[in-house]
Ligand binder design. Sequence first.
Ligand code: RB5
Length: 142
Amino acid sequence: MTIGICNDHAGVDYKNALVEYLTAKGYGLVNFGTDTTDSIDYADVAHPMADALTAGKIDLGIALCGTGNGMALSLNHHKGIRAGLAWTPEIGRLVKAHNNANILVLPARFISCSEAEAIVDKWLTAPFEGGRHQRRIEKIEP
Ligand code: RB5
């Protein structure tokens, strides 16, 4: 499984921690984010990762910015992308189980690195429940 990861300046430390954490678990990681704390615009890194996901070059994505909202707003403009924000492990589980999010968005300025790891774990391991949730996600794109 290959996971893309993108971040703005608010998420560099979290990206590095998650890359180490997930690499140790055997996942392949592709870095679309910035590697410095110099200020950048989240959309500039969000769109290339969304394009890679819709092209099948990565299987899933993780995005980090200060609140998560800039990333989610940018990513969700792409057809086929369901980028869901999660700030607790239970929301991480539900954003897969109910929304089948193919990109997990994390608010780096409002969670710790260990919380980010726990949220990612739940999102990666939860099965999508399908059924009524499949019907609902099919209604997202107008
Ligand atoms: C950067 O200061 C901040 O605006 C960004 O990380 C994010 O929170 C935007 O939604």
